[in-house]
Design a protein around this ligand. Structure first.
Ligand code: SF4
Length: 226
């Protein structure tokens, strides 16, 4: 299969009962008042961007009123403003914002996926949900591997998910397990022997961007090392 087929399969997954219930309840009776007149996607967020990426961005999970509403990763919420603006500054994105699935955004050389593809209550997936959804990430890494050069993990959950997938695919991962931090770096080697650089950044969540824990300059500095 190819990336389009993978995205199509992800977008109809129902493997995690708690997350299926949550994503659908937000999309029906739980819409944010300001979006009450809009249709919600209410399904898993498939990957977005270049089908043969040099860079894979691994986020945490869709936002209940962001991706779970618009159907595209980091689209229609404040986190998206941050990551797409940074990808635009670095030349990967055709525009600096991402408000709706039909807005013409194009990514070149980069693809965005997530550790967990369904919006979790309180943005907190369980370990079991992270493990279950990790199998979709395995497929993403496997399909991207031939041309992949680096991965950007947003937050510790994205970092752990990327390392877990790499291990399941038989890639070489440093021991002891590399620790997440802003600017953390780990050198992985794919099963066919080429190096992949994993970089960590604090997540582009509002808790980090509103408080100044993550600044644009900090994010740009990590993206420049991809
Ligand atoms: Fe499927 Fe992942 Fe959503 Fe679970 S979180 S239902 S594995 S897409």
């Amino acid at each position: 299969g190819d990336v389009g087929e993978l995205d199509a399969r992800v977008s109809v997954c129902r493997a995690c009962p708690r997350l299926v219930a949550w994503r659908e309840s937000v999309a029906t009776t739980g819409r944010r008042a300001s979006f009450a007149d809009q249709p919600y996607w209410g399904r898993p967020g498939p990957g977005v961007g270049d089908p043969a990426p040099r860079v894979l961005v691994v986020g945490l999970a869709p936002a209940a009123n962001g991706t779970n509403r618009t159907g595209r990763m980091f689209t229609g919420d404040r986190s998206g403003d941050w990551i797409y603006a940074a990808l635009y500054r670095a030349g990967y994105a055709s525009q600096p914002d991402s408000w709706a699935a039909g807005d013409g955004l194009k990514l070149t050389g980069a693809r965005i996926v997530a550790a967990v593809r369904c919006a979790p209550p309180a943005n907190r997936p369980t370990p079991e949900e992270r493990h279950t959804c990790g199998h979709w990430l395995d497929r993403d890494l496997e399909l991207a591997a031939p041309g992949l050069r680096s991965m950007l993990a947003l937050g510790a959950i994205g970092w752990d998910a990327a390392l877990a997938s790499a291990r399941r695919l038989g890639w070489t991962v440093p021991r002891p397990k590399p620790r997440f931090g802003h600017g953390a770096q780990a050198e992985l080697v794919t099963a066919d022997g080429h190096p992949i650089r994993l970089l960590g950044s604090y997540h582009v969540s509002q808790q980090n961007t509103f408080t100044g824990r993550l600044t644009e300059a900090m994010l740009d500095a990590v993206i420049a090392r991809l």
